[in-house]
Design a protein around this ligand. Structure first.
Ligand code: ADE
Length: 226
């Protein structure tokens, strides 16, 4: 999969993709993430990319022209399955959306900054708007990194144990069960006997029961949906 990200603060996106699972995805040739500096498409001598909003009000708005030029220069290279704008008023990111996006070949993500981007870019180019939750961050870079992580780990071959993403919280609308590793006893707290029993069927049943209990306690809304 190829993901392009347009950002006014590309430095913010250097580290998230250079470690752990996303690095492995990149090294295996499964995920190619490229970050493009919007400033390169800025206007005039100062490479301007933002301006005051019409009608007044605090905060700068990212201008249409630099964004349009950046998007069109990338579109000249490839056809995007979705052009995504990260914004608090978008569709909330949930596992099914990450699953759907992981099946595409080419995504373009716009990480907005300041007060937002000129509405006409949303009308003209954006095909999908995504929020990572009901809170406001200072820019779209961290949300873009969250989205890329959620998608990247789902790509076939990225996780060592290919089935492990299937057991994640939310894949079946259930939260994940508790997990333990050595030692078998820590400060008087013992690992549940069933996990030490080697009895696969009992372990599976215990995990499902724990998942259900945890979901009932913490996220009953997940059990009510549909
Ligand atoms: N930009 C600022 N806040 C955001 C959020 N919660 N989700 C996506 N993009 C954002």
């Amino acid at each position: 999969m190829h993901i392009d990200i347009i950002s006014a603060l590309p430095e913010l996106l250097v580290s998230p993709f250079g470690h752990s699972i996303l690095k492995r995805a990149h090294d295996k040739g499964l995920l190619d993430v490229r970050v493009h500096d919007l400033r390169e498409f800025g206007l005039g001598r100062h490479k301007q990319i933002d301006d005051y909003q019409f009608g007044g009000g605090a905060g700068m708005v990212m201008m249409a022209e630099p964004l349009a030029n950046a998007i069109e220069s990338l579109q000249a290279e490839r056809r995007y399955d979705e052009i995504i704008y990260m914004t608090p008023d978008g569709e909330t990111l949930r596992q099914p959306l990450a699953n759907r996006l992981s099946m595409y070949d080419n995504l373009l993500i716009i990480a907005g900054h300041y007060k937002g981007i000129d509405e006409r870019i949303r009308e003209e180019f954006v095909t999908l708007e995504i929020s990572i939750g009901d809170y406001v961050l200072s820019g779209g870079e961290l949300p873009a990194a969250v989205l890329v992580d959620a998608i990247g780990r789902l790509l076939p071959g990225v996780l060592n144990d290919e089935t492990s993403a299937l057991f994640d919280s939310f894949q079946d609308d259930l939260l994940a069960p508790p997990v333990y590793t050595r030692p078998a006893e820590f400060r008087g707290r013992k690992v549940p006997d069933v996990l030490m029993s080697g009895h696969f069927k009992n372990i599976e049943e215990w995990r499902l029961e724990q998942s259900l209990q945890r979901t009932r306690e913490r996220r009953p809304d997940l059990l009510e949906e549909e």
